[in-house]
Design a protein around this ligand. Sequence first.
Ligand code: FES
Length: 190
Amino acid sequence: MTTSDRPTRRAVLVKIGILLNAAVGAVLAVPVLRYVLSPVTRQRKQGDGAWVSLGSLEKFPAGQTRLATYQHPSATPSDGETAETPCWVRHLQGDTFQIFAINCAHLGCPVRWFPQSNLFMCPCHGGVYYQDGSRASGPPERGMFEYSYKVEQGMLLIKAGEMPTPGAQASLSKGSSPCATSSSRSSSCA
Ligand code: FES
């Protein structure tokens, strides 16, 4: 090999730089790709799709909206109080309910129920929802998310393993239907 055939130090350094940049780019791309693809690649965790009790029907008087909490089915002992998940329960009549996720459909802040005005309001950016969870005003582009539910032996149960968000619906659609069975219902399945 003649001197002119040998790669110059500059060329070698450029190649090493390109390789290092490619390696760093690949490492940085992994979490981004995982996030983007998570709705379709997410594995079902233990507890996904589990029916969880919110308590007896007597806790939820007809015509009223009450706050309820449940223990997330995939919680571990180390989760402590964070495993307690709140939701809003609207009892229309008989066995007809609407169970709303507490998180705003905009960026997820917990919404509050104001019975004086029959509105749910979000403290973060002023999102407002009607009592049936439909959007009234503000930045949310849709109504509140609803859980599937059913009534069994005087107890109100919700499908609590997945938060009722669009991502959860996409993930669930890989397995069983996110819609409730004939003895239960959710607005997304109406
Ligand atoms: Fe509720 Fe933005 S998070 S309006």
